[in-house]
Design a protein around this ligand. Structure first.
Ligand SMILES: *[C@@H]1O[C@H](CO)[C@@H](O)[C@H](O)[C@H]1NC(C)=O
Ligand SMILES: *[C@@H]1O[C@H](CO)[C@@H](O)[C@H](O)[C@H]1NC(C)=O
Ligand SMILES: *[C@@H]1O[C@H](CO)[C@@H](O)[C@H](O)[C@H]1NC(C)=O
Ligand SMILES: *[C@@H]1O[C@H](CO)[C@@H](O)[C@H](O)[C@H]1NC(C)=O
Ligand SMILES: *[C@@H]1O[C@H](CO)[C@@H](O)[C@H](O)[C@H]1NC(C)=O
Length: 293
């Protein structure tokens, strides 16, 4: 075993000095896998293959035997395919670095390929917070500060875009802070429907979130306007409903009592009429009296 290791070391060192270098830059996504395929020149009949990362051997193929059981950080994550492609699964940020493949042909000639791997964590959906200044009067400009944040993503960059229904609104008076993830902009009343989009991206991913910041601008013309803010509407509605119910009850109660008293009145009137009926002839006579007289 020691002997084999020494041969490896020799070959690797020799490879470093002799082999043709071919450098490729590759990007990996954290959590997923990557395939590194060495360039095999035409007519190059491979006998041995060695894959290393920094100074650790990751995989080998010697005289027909493939081996990936090395105490490297890629233990149980590395696989050497039949075409000498190295597969690394479950990528981690720390896997970033230089991978080298050394190919040895049947005559002992060597070819070396270098892969500069950078592993990135994909970005998460960004969240945009809107902070708006409140203005004294309606129809005035409104200053807003937009903060775009993402929870995940290595080497994320932030970019902003403004889109209006009517025209292609170009962000003109904006200022960005903190690497672009904070945007300060003065909105004019014509920007009511302007959509601001924050795009967060890194070499392996890109996501965006849009907001309409004008909706967060508050305008009030005085103290009265403040009292009738939107928060008051439910209370106002509840009061009105209660008032309506009370009124309905009162009206119902009134009509019922009125109905009863009207009935009583009717009875009284009938009673009076009944009482008066027997007297009627006398009355008539009394009334006719003067005529008769
Ligand atoms: C090597 O083989 C794998 C699967 O067997 C394939 O996906 C990959 O494209 C091959 N690479 C080359 C360079 O042929
Ligand atoms: C963010 O990263 C954490 C830990 O790395 C992970 O558990 C979570 O699923 C990731 N969230 C998203 C949205 O990718
Ligand atoms: C990514 O960020 C790390 C530290 O967060 C830094 O060391 C590295 O240079 C950055 N890479 C790129 C390509 O910007
Ligand atoms: C409002 O903003 C526009 C440009 O967007 C500017 O021309 C105008 O002077 C501003 N008005 C006030 C009252 O700040
Ligand atoms: C936001 O992302 C979606 C989906 O990837 C894309 O269709 C859209 O064009 C993006 N919007 C902007 C303003 O970049």
């Amino acid at each position: 075993m020691d002997c084999v290791l020494r041969i490896f070391t020799l070959i690797l060192q020799a490879g470093f000095l002799v082999a043709e270098n071919k450098i490729s830059h590759v990007q990996g996504v954290a959590g997923s896998e990557i395939f590194l395929s060495p360039h095999i020149p035409h007519g190059f009949t491979i006998r041995d293959v060695f894959w290393r990362h920094s100074n650790e051997i990751v995989a080998s193929h010697i005289q027909g035997t493939t081996q990936t059981i090395y105490q490297s950080r890629f233990f149980e994550r590395a696989r050497l395919l039949n075409n000498f492609t190295l597969e690394i699964s479950g990528l981690e940020i720390g896997d970033s670095g230089i991978f080298t493949s050394l190919l040895v042909d049947i005559r002992g000639h060597m070819k070396q390929n270098e892969f500069h791997l950078t592993v990135y964590e994909p970005v998460a959906q960004p969240a945009v917070q809107v902070f708006a200044s409140s203005s004294e009067e309606d129809g005035k400009n409104c200053t807003v500060v937009l903060i775009c944040t993402t929870t995940n993503g290595s080497n994320a960059t932030y970019t902003w875009r403004a889109d209006s229904m009517e025209q292609d609104r170009v962000i003109s008076n904006e200022v960005t802070f903190d690497g672009g993830h904070i945007l300060k902009v003065i909105l004019a009343p014509t920007d009511q429907d302007t959509l601001y989009t924050c795009t967060v991206n890194n070499p392996v991913s890109q996501l965006n979130t849009s907001v309409m910041p004008w909706n967060s601008c508050k305008f009030h013309s005085g103290a009265d306007a403040e009292v009738f803010s939107c928060k008051m509407i439910p209370y106002l509605a509840a009061t009105l409903i209660l008032l309506f119910i009370a009124m309905t009850f009162w009206v119902l109660l009134c009509t019922r009592t009125k109905g009863k008293s009207r009935q009583k009145e009717k009875q009284n009137v009938e009673g009076v009429l009944l009482q008066h009926t027997p007297d009627r002839p006398n009355q008539d006579a009394a009334e006719d009296g003067p005529q008769n007289v």
